[in-house]
Design a protein. Structure first.
Length: 237
């Protein structure tokens, strides 16, 4: 609850962060994909509320320095980077699962599927994009001061966190959309008939050659003599 602190914390307001986090703090909000992203968001909010509680306890004892360390730039960015890394992981897992479903439906070759799923480098790029979504938060948290306007800075950091999370969700959505397009191509895949036509052509040529040899129209190789003798020993009408 907001209120003026006594002692060393006198004059410093402790705001409720929930209203400044907007949709981030909405426990009823759900994003359809990927599974687990909402839980990560709520874990981030819960961790932030816990740190705010620690800061409140410090202020109640007049320890403004301790309160500042509980919600300093390092704290904000550590919480963000942990959440962004988890979001990247669940997104990559969702992408792989979607591609594997598409591959099973079309019997896509395992070798080709291995090339289609996100590589370690591609996962790292995704993780970097989601981490970079926190730039607005990093900028705002980097300007926190220990003065009487400190809590105003905290409120602004909370707003920046919501903005950063919206950017992260947009990046996740873009990655999933690209994966959906790839999955559609995999589902539409059909085995090439070219090898079958080549095999059929070769088999036809061999049978034709064999017929001409056995019929005496082409020279007969010596190694074909047993087959020739057997063929002509049959009771032909």
């Amino acid at each position: 609850m907001a209120g003026a602190m006594t002692g060393g914390g006198r004059g410093v307001e402790l705001p409720e962060l929930g209203p400044y986090l907007g949709r981030m703090a909405d426990a009823t909000r759900r994003v359809p994909e990927p599974p687990g992203l909402d839980a990560i968001r709520l874990d981030l909010v819960t961790a932030l509320f816990e740190r705010a509680g620690v800061a409140r306890d410090f202020l109640l004892t007049g320890d403004r320095e301790g309160a500042g360390s509980a919600l300093d730039r390092t704290t904000w960015m550590t919480l963000w980077r942990e959440a962004a890394a988890r979001a990247a992981e669940v997104t990559a897992v969702a992408i792989v699962a979607r591609l594997e479903i598409a591959a099973r439906r079309s019997r896509y070759p395992a070798r080709k599927l291995a090339q289609a799923v996100p590589s370690a480098d591609e996962r790292a790029v995704l993780a970097a994009k989601l981490d970079a979504a926190g730039i607005p938060l990093e900028d705002r948290a980097g300007r926190l001061t220990a003065g009487d306007d400190w809590w105003d800075g905290i409120r602004q950091a909370a707003v920046a966190l919501e903005d950063s999370w919206e950017t992260l969700e947009a990046e996740v959505g873009a990655a999933l959309a690209a994966a959906e397009a790839a999955a559609a191509r995999i589902e539409a895949w059909r085995p090439s008939l070219r090898p079958w036509w080549i095999s059929l052509g070769v088999a036809t040529a061999v049978v034709a050659w064999l017929g001409l040899v056995l019929g005496g129209y082409l020279p007969r190789p010596s190694w074909l003599a047993p087959l020739n003798d057997w063929f002509w020993s049959l009771p032909w009408p």
